[in-house]
Design a protein around this ligand. Structure first.
Ligand code: GLY
Length: 433
């Protein structure tokens, strides 16, 4: 069986591990033993090592020693650091863009330049700023805090701050923008718009794209979309691949931008394969662009990969052969539902104090729900601990209706997830901002 290396350790990597292990032997490097990834490595007779996934010497040695043939990377900073470039240099079949291709994610100004050229009507008025003077001038033009501050680089979903929600008053917005400017030499100030946010992801072989079911993410920490931004507290997808506030022509516009962007990025050489993620707003005056990511979203990957009808490993082969098409990359029609469980201080404090908890995994599985571990290590039996200060694990269900999928997830969690932990109880509601 083909040996495939997966780098990274989130819930997204846990679901990728599941998919890879169905057709390949899974090899993994991770900073700690993620219980899901360990399970899929063992099921597929692969091997894992605990180590620094950014250590290119370590990765190279593991690839060579184990004679690994393929590599999947879907973590933003690993892509920026060029781990796919390394795998390509070693002759592996790869899923994920090179560092140059991933620039659409690690440089927000580059992404905006592309969209300005390809779909100017999707651009929300913005200014890329490189000096304090310009920052003062631009912010002084706003009457109140109805603007958004976007850092230039990667922030794990936690960097974009919206006036009136994440900061209050122009001064607070200015202070945050100044910090971003000092950190990277660039910051973007964008008009705040009203609308609903959604994600369109597409698989790509560098020439062709196949759009996956559209997803709706819950970036805010608390119920009713309150509190700070997070990497995502939950995610939905609908059986028709759309969302209640979208129609097919909205998705067609987003798909066209994604297809044109792939062409644009790959015009010199084919460096972008894997997944392109477009974040959009549906506003009164049409679809507006928010951002590109060069990878699967997390938790969006959990919803979308659980919808696959075609095995992921077959899709990977089509990506490598540049034969990807909607005929050979198919999705099931059902509702999918994911809830992330986090420690009480997640996104609220920088504390990395370990949080120990009990999780009745077997009871949850018996209730037809799946668990994907993220920043969690098993201590013994049902006893686990957090690692770092990111999300702990995701519960995933599907159903013939959204209500069925939702009830299944929350019922499975009742009495089986330690009360010390937090999760949103309102995944399934669709709010407008
Ligand atoms: N859930 C948002 C992201 O993965 O960036």
């Amino acid at each position: 069986m083909k040996k495939c290396l997966l780098l990274g350790n989130g819930g997204r990597e846990a679901v990728l591990a599941e998919q890879i292990s169905k057709g390949y032997s899974l090899y993994a490097i991770m900073p700690y033993a993620n219980p899901s990834i360990v399970e899929y490595v063992e099921q597929s007779n692969g091997k894992y090592i605990i180590g620094d996934t950014f250590d290119k010497e370590l990765v190279k040695e593991f690839i060579e020693q184990e004679e690994i043939e393929a590599c999947v990377v879907s973590q933003d900073n690993l892509l920026q650091e060029g781990l796919i470039d390394l795998a390509r240099e070693l002759g592996l079949q790869t899923f994920g863009p090179t560092s140059k291709g991933a620039k659409i994610e690690w440089s927000k100004t580059y992404a905006l330049e592309i969209v300005k050229e390809l779909a100017p009507e999707m651009i929300i008025k913005n200014e890329a700023i490189t000096t304090k003077e310009k920052l003062e001038e631009i912010i002084s033009q706003y009457e109140d805090d109805s603007f958004v501050v976007k850092p230039e680089g990667l922030t794990g979903g936690k960097g974009v701050k919206v006036g009136g929600i994440h900061f209050h008053g122009k001064d607070e917005g200015y202070d945050y923008a100044k910090t971003c400017l000092e950190e990277s030499g660039k910051v973007i100030i964008q008009d705040k718009v009203e609308g609903r946010e959604f994600t369109v992801m597409a698989l790509t072989d560098g020439e062709n794209i196949v759009v996956t079911p559209t997803t709706f993410d819950y970036p805010y920490r608390f119920d009713e979309d309150k509190g700070p931004g997070t990497g995502g507290m939950g995610c939905l997808s609908f059986e028709n691949g759309l969302l209640p506030f979208l129609d097919q022509k909205d998705i067609d516009l987003c798909s066209k931008l994604i297809q044109d962007t792939i062409k644009y990025v790959n015009k010199d050489s084919l460096e972008f394969t894997g997944v392109i993620y477009g974040g959009f707003f549906k506003c009164k005056d049409g679809i507006k662009f928010i951002e590109f990511n060069a990878r699967f979203g997390d938790p969006e990957a959990i919803n979308v990969l659980n919808c696959l009808e075609t095995p992921f490993t077959e899709i990977f082969e089509h990506i490598s052969n540049k034969t990807l098409s909607p005929e050979n990359c198919k999705f099931k029609k059902n509702y999918t539902f994911t809830v992330y469980v986090v420690s009480p201080n997640y996104a609220l404090s920088a504390s990395k104090e370990p949080c120990e908890f009990i999780l009745n995994k077997e009871a949850i599985l018996q209730k037809d729900a799946k668990i994907y571990f993220a920043s969690t290590k098993q201590i013994e039996g049902n006893h686990y601990t957090s690692v770092g200060n990111s999300r702990l694990f995701a519960i995933h269900t599907n159903g013939a209706t959204l209500e069925e999928a939702k009830q299944k997830a929350y019922n499975a969690m009742e009495n089986n997830v330690d009360e010390v932990l937090n999760y949103r109880k309102d995944i399934g509601e669709i709010y407008e901002h």
